[in-house]
Every structure is written in C-alpha cells, then in structure tokens.
Design a protein around this ligand. Structure first.
Ligand code: GLN
Length: 447
C-alpha cells in the first residue's frame, strides 16, 4: 500500500482512482472493517472511525440506536484534514460507543484481524486498525479513551498514537468518557502517523478542554537519531505473556544499542488502574449516553407514552455491553455510593498521574507493553471482567492524560503481531515521535 507521505504527492485524480480501488478491495476483503463508503472532499482518502461526525454522513458509533442519524455538522479534525490535502472516506467499524476491546460489540458484527481472520482486530478502533493492516486504507482516524487506538494497532501490527488530552479537538466526536477521549492516527509507519497527527492537532474554541497553545509540526522535523532516557517499569512487565516479555527484552536491547539510556523504575499504583478507569469511564458514559432517548437522535421504538418511548428506545437501541456500563456508571454516581466510588476514583486518578510525573523527572519516555497477550480469537472474550483486565497497560495513560504511541515490534509463533508503546510527558509529542522513529529504525522490523 502506498504510504500517506507518498499519497500526498499525487493528484486528486489519482487519489479518486485509488479511493475506488480501496472500496472494491474492502468489499471483497471479508474483514468487515468498513461499515460505510461515504466520501467527503478531495485528496488522499482517510478512513474515519464511525464515532466522528462528517457532515451529511450517516454516523452511528457502531450502534443500533443511531441508525438513521445524519451528522448535521463536521468534526474539527475532519475540517483540519481537508486543509492538508486529505479527505474523509469510509466509516470504520468499532465497538458500540467505543466500549470494548475487540470490536465484537458493534451493531454491524465483528471485524476480522487480517493476520488471522478467526481473531479479533482489537478495539474499539478495530475497523481502523484492520483496514490499515489489511491494505484497504492508507491511514485512519481512531479514538482512544482507554487504549482504543493503541491496542488495535498492536493487535494488527500497525502504528497507533494517542495524543495528550487537549491536543486534538474532541468537537464532533461522540462522547464516551469526556475526560479521557482523544482522537488520533492509525498508520502504516511512524512518519505517516506524525503527518496525520500534525494535520488534526491544534487549539479549537469549540472544545473547552482544548489546549490553547500551538506546537510545531513534527513530521518534517522527525529525528530518529535522538538519544533519550527511557524508563522500564520492572514490576509491570511480568504480567504480560512470555512472547510479549521476550519482545520487550529484545526491544530494550535494541534501544540501548541505538544509544538510548535505560533506567529501571517501579510503579506502586498500577493495581488500581482498572478499577479507577472502569468507575470513571462508566460514570461519564452513563451521563453522556443519557441523551439517546429516542426523541432527539436515531432509532425510535414503538411506544404508547413518553416513559415507554425512552424505555423501549434505550432497551432496543443499546447493546449488552453499553447497557452494562450505563448501569455501572449510574450505580457509582448514585447517592450513598458516590463518595465511596466516584470521588475515591478521582483521588486515585491524581495519584496515578503524580506517579507518572515522578518517573518523568528521570526519564524522557516510558516503554511498556500495550496488551498482555496477542489478539484473542473471535468469541473468546465473553467474560467482561477478563476483557476489562486486558486493558491493564493502556488505561492509566488516559487517566493521566499523557501521549503514547504503539509500534509493532515482533510476531509470535503463530504470526500474530506484538506491539509495545512509548509514553511521554504531557504535550511532549515531539519527543514521543522522535523516540518512536528511533525505535522503528533500531528494530528494522518488517511486518
Ligand atoms: N477497552 C476500553 C473500554 O472498553 C477502552 C475503550 C476505548 O479506548 N474507547 O473502555
């Protein structure tokens, strides 16, 4: 597949021909990575996760409840893409409302992993990652609330990047957990991810949590020769499977050979990550999803009165995982439990962020697994708690608001990709991408 960098040198006519080819290939692929083939604008086609508004498109967040909804406005990231020679093409499959780690909770059915079609591509941005890995998208946008860009990128052997909270506008992104959500790129390599990140980043008055300072473009100044101090969290790694640990050790060695210094650290609060995230994310989700009532958007169920209208529309429109999270979220917010769960989780969130900041006093980057295993088989993630546990390496980064990038580093014996992530200080995307470019070069890893 042509890279994003190369594609940006081509004419609009060439890109229109390529867009048609991608559509045909995607339909024939059987991956179920695209759930729509709408297009908007001219230029290099970029696949868009189905929770990002593109004006006049049907946008559904992978949910039955939004069937029939047409986006009346454009997300800021889409406007920004169009200013940089790119266009929105196709809607990528995803877990319903971005809640999940496998893309199996989508109303459109599961997406398949191009490396083994009986396996999941990860989630929730599984369609975006599978399409880039499967050669049916040049690059894609995903969203990451607790790992949803980085984990599918790792499972599919591509590059996925979550920006610092506030660096990319959330205007036009369907909210899952507003204090954690960020849009970011999924691409074939680090440079392409930087090009796409450069295009979408920046201040936006329409997002009140958007950082109000600009930073320089990264892709043009990418420095793979940088020498950094990289922290390894010793007590963290042992929870990953053997193949991942082996890939980790080899990567550390290659980074040292490339001239980086490695420092060994420990983190005490990691055992609270999953509980803290699933309290805060579900609390925010329950609040955000209250707006889907059958009156204002999408599907409306048969009913005799208003109460039944809400009840039936929500019962029929939401899938099982979304309902579970609404129940959990309303529980932790309810009177009598609010202090014990929600308030306490907010306090722990601060401890988690402080612990990262302490490590960054001695290190430029942290190297970490993305997931404890490679992509599981389709249908194997039936136990929700087991699925939540598989987010152990990604969610703390969202709780702390940090930028991180997932890179493919190896394959297991069955040919399934293994990814590792680099994590940087808030708003230090330049160091993050330089480190990633260096790691990509040092590993010389061929997918
Ligand atoms: N797997 C996590 C969850 O289910 C993260 C999802 C995401 O980042 N959108 O909440």
């Amino acid at each position: 597949m042509i890279t994003l960098k190369e594609a940006l040198t081509k004419s609009n006519e060439e890109m229109e021909t390529l867009r048609q080819e991608l559509e045909e290939k995607a339909k024939a692929s059987g991956l179920n990575a695209y759930v729509g083939f709408e297009s908007s604008g001219e230029g290099v086609p970029i696949l868009i996760k189905d929770n990002i508004q593109v004006k006049d498109w049907s946008v559904t967040s992978g949910s039955k409840i939004l069937q029939g909804y047409i986006a009346p406005y454009e997300a800021t990231v889409i406007k920004n893409l169009k200013l940089k020679g790119m266009m929105a093409f196709g809607r990528a499959n995803m877990d319903e409302f971005a809640m999940g780690s496998t893309t199996e909770s989508s109303f459109y059915g599961a997406t398949k992993n191009p490396h083994a079609t009986d396996r999941v591509p990860g989630g929730s941005s599984g369609g975006s990652a599978a399409a880039v890995a499967g050669g049916i998208a040049i690059a894609a946008l995903g969203s990451d609330t607790g790992g949803s860009i980085r984990q599918p990128a790792a499972y599919c052997g591509v590059v996925g990047m979550k920006p610092t909270y506030g660096r990319v506008s959330r205007f036009g992104l369907a909210s899952y957990a507003s204090s954690l959500d960020q849009i970011g790129p999924i691409a074939q390599n680090v440079e392409d991810a930087a090009i796409l990140y450069d295009a979408i980043k920046g201040h936006d008055d329409k997002d009140s949590t958007s950082a109000d300072f600009e930073i320089e473009d990264i892709a043009n100044n990418l420095n793979p020769e940088v020498k950094l101090t990289i922290a390894v969290i010793d007590n963290y790694i042992s929870e990953a499977d053997e193949d991942t640990q082996r890939a980790y050790a080899k990567t550390v060695q290659k980074l040292e050979e490339a001239g980086h210094s490695i420092v060994h650290k420990k983190m005490q609060n990691t055992k609270y990550d999953i509980a803290t995230y699933y309290i805060l994310a579900t609390a925010e989700a329950a609040t955000n999803l209250a707006r889907f009532d059958g009156v204002r958007y999408g599907t409306r169920a048969e009913s005799k009165n208003t109460e039944e209208l809400f009840y039936n529309s929500r019962s029929e429109g939401f899938g099982e995982e979304v309902k579970r999270r609404i129940l959990l979220g309303n529980f932790v917010l309810s009177s009598g439990y609010y202090d014990a769960y929600y308030v306490k989780a907010q306090k722990v969130r601060h401890l988690i962020r402080d612990e990262f900041n302490t490590i960054f006093e001695d290190a430029d980057l942290i190297l970490s697994p993305v997931a404890p295993t490679v992509a599981p088989k389709i249908g194997a993630s039936k136990d929700p708690l087991e699925m939540y546990k598989s987010d152990m390496y990604t969610i703390a980064i969202n709780l702390a608001g940090l930028p991180a990038i997932s890179l493919p580093v190896a394959k297991d014996d069955e040919g399934m990709p293994i990814g590792l992530q680099l994590i940087a200080k808030a708003f230090n995307e330049k160091t993050l991408f330089d480190g990633a470019a260096s790691m990509e070069k040092a590993l010389n890893y061929n997918k």
